[in-house]
Design a protein around this ligand. Sequence first.
Ligand code: ADP
Ligand code: MG
Length: 494
Amino acid sequence: MNAPVKPSKLIKGATGDWEVVIGLEIHAQVMSQSKLFSGSSTAFGGDPNAHVSLVDAAMPGMLPVINAECVAQAVRTGLGLKAAINLRSTFDRKNYFYPDSPQGYQISQYKSPIVGEGIVIAETEDGESFSVGIERLHLEQDAGKLLHDQHPALSFVDLNRCGVALMEIVSKPDIRSSDQACAYVTKMRSILRYLGTCDGDMEKGSLRADVNVSVRRPGEPFGTRCEIKNINSIRFIGQAIEFEARRQIGVLEDGGSIDQETRLFDAVKGETRSMRSKEEAHDYRYFPDPDLLPLEFTQSFVDELKAHLPELPDEKKARFIRDFGLSSYDASVLVNEQESANFYEAVLAALADKARDGKLAANWVINELFGRLNKESKDIASSPVSATQLSAIVDLIGEQTISGKIAKDLFEIVWSEGGDPRALVEARGMKQVTDLGAIEKVVDDIIAANPDKVAQVTAKPAMIGWFVGQVMKSSGGKANPQAVNDLLKSKLGL
Ligand code: ADP
Ligand code: MG
C-alpha cells in the first residue's frame, strides 16, 4: 500500500485542496529485427516504404504469422514487471479507418492479453518511493505515418512503421502527482532498457504515453478522467498533467463538471485541448482475429526466459547497497541509466579490493566523474577517463598511496592528458608521504611558528583542524592525513 498523499503533493484550489489521480498507457516499441506479423525490417529511418511487405500493405489474401521473438520480448517484459504471464492469450481486430493503416483494423489484444497484473516501484527526485500497479500488457501493431509536407496539395503515406510490434503497458490509477508520473515513466524506461525489450528512445517515438488524469477531494471517490494522447517526452508528461489537473479543478470549482474526453497536449502553448468527446469515441467492434490462432505457450518457455533475464535495476540497487554500503540515493543514481551502472561495475571489476573501496569508487563515479561530465555536457560513453583509469585512482587512494586531495589533481591530469594513473603518480612524485620523520619535521615547524595558536588549542581542541590544514598545505597535500593527525595530537597534548 502506498502512503497517503503528502499534503505538499495536493493542489491548492480556490475552495480547498485537490488530489490528482493518474493512470498511464505506455506504448513501447518492441526491440526485434522484424515486425509482429511479417518478416519486414523494423529498422528506423529507411526510405519511405522501404520496409513494407505484402502483409504490412494488407494485400488481399495475405496472412499474418506471429513473430516468436516479439512474443518472447513481451514475456520478458512481463517478468521484469513482476507480472502474471498468461499462457493463453488472443488477438483481436480493433476496427477503425485511418489512411496510414491499410488493413482497416489494428491487430491488438483485447479481452485476454499476454501479460496480466504486475507492479513497478519508483522513486521521485525528492526520494519518495511509491508503487504503481500494472493492469496488463498486450501486444499490438503500430500504424504507418502520413506525410503532409512533401507536396502543396497531396499527402503521402509511409508504411515503414506499419505492423511493427508495440507493447501497450496499462497502469492502474495509482499515480498521485506529476512528479510520480515522470518517475514512473523513467523507471519503466530503465526496466525496458535493462531487459533489452524496448530501446526507450522517446525522440524516435519508441516510447510514448497516453496520460489519464482526474481530480478529486482527498478521500472522495475517483472523478471523471480525461485522456491526453500520445505524449513523447517525460517533461511534457509532467507539464500536461499539471495543466490538465488545474484545468479540471477550475471547471469543478466554477460549478461545472468534467466530460470524459480525449485531449491533445500542445507543447508550444503548454496546454491540453479537446480532440474528441467520449460520445464521438469510436466503437471499435472488437472481435477475435480469424486469421490468428490463440497464442499459446508452455510454462517451461516462460521459465527458460526467466532464467536468462538480466539483473534489473531494483535488484542491482539492492546489491550495491548490500555489498558496498552505498546509500539508497547513490545506488539509485548509479542504476537508473544502464550505462552508468555498467561503468560502475567496470570500475568495481578492476578494483584491487572491492569490499574495501566499492563505496569510495561510487563516490568517485558520482561526484568527480559525473560532476565533471555534466560540466562539459558529455555523456558517459565519451568520458575521457575510462573505468580502468578511475579504478586505478581509487586503488591508489584505498591503499593510501595518495590522499583524496592529490587524487583530485591526478584525476584532472588523467582527464586532460590521459595515461596510467599509477605511472603518473610515480613519475610526478605525487606519492603520499608516510615517512613519519619527514612529516614530524613539518609538524614541528608549524608548531614552532605559531605559539599563539598552540596556546589556544588546549582550550579549543577543534582547532587541531587548523594545524592539520597547515601541515597538509606545506607538504603539498602529500602528507598522510592520519599520521599528521596522530602526530599533532601527541605533540599538542590533546
Ligand atoms: P479504457 O478501457 O476506457 O481505456 P481503462 O479502465 O482501461 O479504460 O483505463 C485506462 C487508463 O485510465 C488506465 O491506465 C487507468 O489506470 C486509467 N484510469 C482509469 N480511471 C481513472 C481515473 N478516474 N482517473 C485517472 N486515471 C484513470
Ligand atoms: Mg485504454
